[in-house]
Ligand binder design. Structure first.
Ligand SMILES: [Zn+2]
Length: 187
């Protein structure tokens, strides 16, 4: 069977299982969403946020990109952030990196081209700013993983400088909390 057909069958099985557990589940979903969290994570297929955190539908607004980067000229992320904070009123924003991140490894290795190379310019800034610390790591894997960690920290700083978060502080509204974390890519 083609793999995409398996996805459709799995979706039907999932829906049937949900209804068996809670008959009005989908009716309740129609009312709207009220997520507690905005998750900014990596697009890597091994680190699905809801799966990793056992979060049910409706509780997490999600944005993912290669190497979980925050760029204030990224209309996609900036609109997700604005909507999550100003409209949905999320209470927490999480930036989650993960060890063995391919985007971070490519930042260290170089040799990227096209849009990916443009995209990773922000990660290269992080590498530049922490070059001594990264160089001091004893091997390649630890260099990658340390850059993963400092990247999360630097993206939190960039997040705090965005118009949405700054505006929230300026008008004196209670600002949602932000947190950074790093997960193991393969559990
Ligand atoms: Zn990654």
């Amino acid at each position: 069977m083609r793999q995409y057909k398996q996805l459709l069958l799995a979706n039907k099985a999932w829906a049937a299982e949900i209804i068996e557990e809670s008959a009005d589940f989908f009716q309740r979903q129609l009312v709207g969403q009220n997520p507690e969290f905005l998750w900014i994570g990596c697009s890597d297929s091994r680190v699905g946020p809801e799966q990793m955190t056992m979060t049910p539908p409706g509780n997490m607004f999600i944005h993912r990109n290669i190497a979980n980067l925050v760029k204030d000229d990224d209309t996609n992320l900036m609109s997700v952030l604005q909507y999550a904070v100003d409209v949905l009123g999320v209470r927490h924003i999480i930036i989650c990196g993960h060890y063995a991140c391919g985007g971070i490894r490519a930042t260290l290795d170089g040799g990227t081209t096209g849009p990916v190379d443009d995209w990773l310019s922000t990660a290269r800034c992080v590498l530049h700013d922490h070059a001594d610390e990264i160089d001091a790591q004893p091997d390649r894997e630890q260099k990658v993983n340390r850059l993963v960690e400092v990247n999360v920290r630097d993206q939190l700083v960039r997040l705090a400088r965005t118009k949405t978060i700054q505006g929230r502080s300026r008008v004196g509204k209670k600002c949602c909390s932000t947190a950074g974390s790093t997960t193991s890519a393969t559990g």
